[in-house]
Design a protein around this ligand. Structure first.
Ligand code: PLP
Length: 370
């Protein structure tokens, strides 16, 4: 056995995205204890910067020590009690995972379906909530990574509020890449991932909970089934002030990386980061359309950071992706689920959303397709 030295790739798939060298080098700094005052001070800064990234004042804003899926489980395990009715919007793979989460928490799932590549329909959600007055939660994916469609989170939250429902929102692909305003839109529980538009290493899941959502967690009739994800316990470590109690050993160096990525987001400015993703998408779109490659998702609901495009007729999906990888060290994503073999997913996330990547991807694709 020898040390592992990965090839240097350009990551333009659905995540992970390229990690900025500043973030990689932050990770290599000396490991200190997870209750060391210096580390606790850094945790406070991570919370402050995450609040800004989510545009929230929620005190309960912190990174779960595990990937986006654990952030998802944190929301459902804490907020769904056995017998609770939850309306789940499904317009791709990750909505389907929400349904799984509801059922595993003992909830009753009412599904609202939209076609893959479409946004969640506010009209269908309104109808479903009107017909299910006992529903307690509305759950939906803001940025569906399996299709590249962005749903109107602001309107969906308004509808949920009108029907006295809490909201659980998946922002794994949206955080840092498109407009997202937790407080202004009235989102109650939200989870994300570090490996997409934050350009950090995978393995952490920023989450945020409103006071209304925390009230529900504090007043549960049953214990949260998962000890590790129980917010009542996790808050003892991530809570306010200097009084921090051991809950689990935090992934110290991964948190250095998240801290650095949030410093970089702060330096750029949140709204500038959203604008950069959009302008890189416009450049990529112009080049792809010149090559006759069309987009799956209508322009008004298209995510700039996740470009789903139809694979041209007669082209061998796997052969093209493997030539891009083997010859050009360029990763683009395959289609998932219903879109397998029909669609490529070209990511422009975080540090990967830059002009040299757009030009590189267009010229490599041109070469491989000709
Ligand atoms: N939700 C969405 C929309 C995602 O895109 C992903 C991952 O791609 C997840 C959840 C799960 O995140 P992770 O793979 O970090 O567990």
């Amino acid at each position: 056995m020898q040390s592992f030295n990965p090839p240097v790739r350009t990551l333009m798939g659905p995540g992970p995205s390229d990690v900025h060298p500043r973030i990689l080098s932050a990770m290599a700094r000396p490991t200190i204890g997870h209750l060391d005052p210096a580390f606790v001070g850094m945790m406070d800064e991570v919370k402050t910067m995450l609040k800004h990234a989510f545009q929230t004042e929620n005190a309960m804003t912190m990174p779960v020590s595990a990937p986006g899926s654990a952030g998802m489980e944190t929301c459902f395990a804490n907020l769904v009690e056995p017998g609770d009715k939850v309306v789940v919007c499904i317009n791709g793979v990750f909505g389907m995972r929400m349904k799984e989460n509801v059922e595993r928490a003992g909830g009753v799932c009412v599904e609202v379906h939209d076609d893959w590549g479409k946004a969640v329909s506010p009209e269908k959600v309104e109808e479903t909530l009107a017909a299910n007055a006992d529903a307690k939660i509305l759950a939906f994916v803001h940025a569906e990574t399996s299709t590249g469609a962005c749903s109107d989170a602001k309107t969906l939250c308004e509808i949920a509020r009108k029907h006295d429902c809490l909201t659980i929102v998946d922002a794994v692909t949206s955080l840092g890449g498109v407009e997202l305003r937790v407080d202004e839109w009235g989102i109650d529980a939200i989870y994300s991932g570090t490996q997409k538009c934050l350009s950090c290493t995978p393995g952490l899941s920023p989450v945020s909970f409103s006071e209304k959502a925390l009230d529900k967690v504090r007043n549960r009739k049953t214990k949260v089934q998962s000890w590790f994800l129980d917010l009542n316990l996790v808050m003892g470590y991530w809570g306010q002030g200097a009084k921090r109690a051991y809950h689990h050993t935090a992934p110290i160096n991964a948190l250095y990386a998240l801290h650095e990525s949030l410093v970089m987001l702060h330096e750029e400015g949140l709204e500038n980061a959203w604008a950069r993703h959009k302008s890189m998408h416009d450049k990529l779109k112009a080049g792809l359309e010149e090559m006759g490659i069309g987009f799956v998702v209508d322009e008004d609901i298209r995510l700039p950071q996740l470009n789903s495009v139809w694979i041209p007729e007669g082209v061998d999906d796997a052969a093209v992706r493997s030539e891009l990888l083997n010859t050009y060290n360029l990763e683009i994503g395959a289609g998932l689920g219903d879109f397998a073999g029909k669609v490529w997913r070209i990511g422009l996330m975080g540090f990967s959303a830059k002009e040299e990547n757009v030009l590189f991807c267009l010229s490599a694709l041109k070469k491989v397709l000709n």
